[in-house]
Design a protein around this ligand. Structure first.
Ligand code: ADP
Length: 335
């Protein structure tokens, strides 16, 4: 699909360049002819004037005209030859350059389509897993002639769990597509980052080594408070999820110039180098077990967090060392 698009785009580039080049060449050809003719005419007038005073030569006009015509057609022929070669060279160079440029133009679109394809196939896979589990469970219970009320109840209970997991997934998918395609934040307001972090902090387990530290001054940002809260909450939940209870998790807010720096630091298991480059991709999980997605997550949290922070003009970076811990840093513009 992209190959034929590349060729079509190259053909369009060529058509435009060659049309311009041919029009320009025609103008040059006609112009050179006209200028030459003008130059030859004034030259012949000059010669004629000189020969008027000379009595020996009878017909200077005819003698000069014959050579004028020859010179003119010679110049025209040479110009035409040169222009044909130049156009041929332009055709070759712009063909190669056009093909390269068409590739470069289509590259981001191709990448986006590939990403989209991967996203749809991963989403379908995620949706298929619980549906298959429900189907198998129902089939087994229905096929068994000795199934009792309890078996049906069990079947329905596990189906309900899977349905819950499916609804969480659908909600995340909807959010992800909304955040990815929205270019600017909606429902924006000015809010205190300190308050927002305190709200997240307060709702989490107090029986952990969990520290929150703030600067003295208030730090205010502008944006969709709910979305930013969700993004930061995800980082904090991950830190708590991937860190043993006896190890520290710390949230630190700093103000650096016109930016708020929110650091979520943990002393957990860390992230491998290979995984670090992929953790923001949709559905990426370091231990890719889709068996207990509702507990382990769907690998969409960081994708959503990144989309939200970037949409607000900020950025999110990560540093990690296996066995030592991970630090996510969010830079958010302040007001
Ligand atoms: P999930 O919902 O699966 O946690 P995320 O997108 O939030 O999805 O995270 C993607 C993956 O990044 C996780 O599966 C995990 O492997 C890794 N990860 C994220 N945060 C941390 C952390 N603080 N420590 C270790 N691994 C992490």
């Amino acid at each position: 699909m992209f190959k034929s698009a590349k060729i079509k785009l190259t053909a369009w580039y060529l058509l435009i360049i060659m049309t311009v080049s041919l029009v320009f060449s025609s103008v040059v050809y006609v112009g050179v002819g006209a200028i030459t003719l003008k130059a030859l005419t004034s030259q012949s007038i000059r010669i004629e004037n000189e020969f008027k005073e000379c009595v020996i030569i009878q017909q200077p006009k005819r003698f000069i005209n014959k050579y004028d015509v020859q010179t003119l057609s010679e110049i025209q022929e040479r110009t035409l030859n040169t222009l044909v070669w130049i156009n041929f060279a332009i055709l070759l160079i712009s063909g190669a350059l056009g093909y390269f440029l068409a590739g470069e133009t289509l590259k981001p679109i191709e990448e986006m389509v590939q990403k989209q394809k991967r996203f749809v196939s991963d989403a379908a896979h995620e949706l298929k897993t619980p549906l298959t589990a429900i189907k198998t469970d129902f089939e087994v219970t229905l096929r068994d002639k000795n199934s009792k009320t309890d078996d049906f109840k069990n079947s329905l209970t596990s189906a309900l769990e899977e349905v819950n997991s499916l609804s969480v997934l659908t909600e995340k998918l909807l959010k992800q597509s909304k955040y990815t395609y929205e270019e600017k934040p909606t429902n924006t307001e000015i809010f205190s980052v300190k308050e927002l972090l305190s709200e997240i902090y307060d709702k989490h387990d107090a029986n952990r080594i969990f520290i929150l530290s703030f600067p003295d001054e208030d730090v205010k940002a502008k944006g969709n408070r709910l979305e930013i809260k969700e993004a930061l909450n995800n980082l904090i939940e991950n830190a708590l999820k991937y860190t043993p209870r006896d190890k520290k998790v710390e949230i630190k807010l700093e103000k650096l110039g016109r930016e708020a720096l929110i650091k979520v630091m943990d002393e957990g298991r860390g992230i491998s180098k290979e995984a670090l480059s992929r953790i923001f991709e949709p559905f990426y999980r370091e231990d890719d077990s889709r068996t207990d997605s509702i507990k382990n997550g769907y690998g969409l949290g960081l994708t959503i967090a990144k989309d939200v922070i970037e949409k607000h003009g900020g950025k999110i970076t990560v540093k990690s060392e296996i066995g030592l811990g991970t630090t996510f840093t969010v830079n958010l513009p302040t007001v």
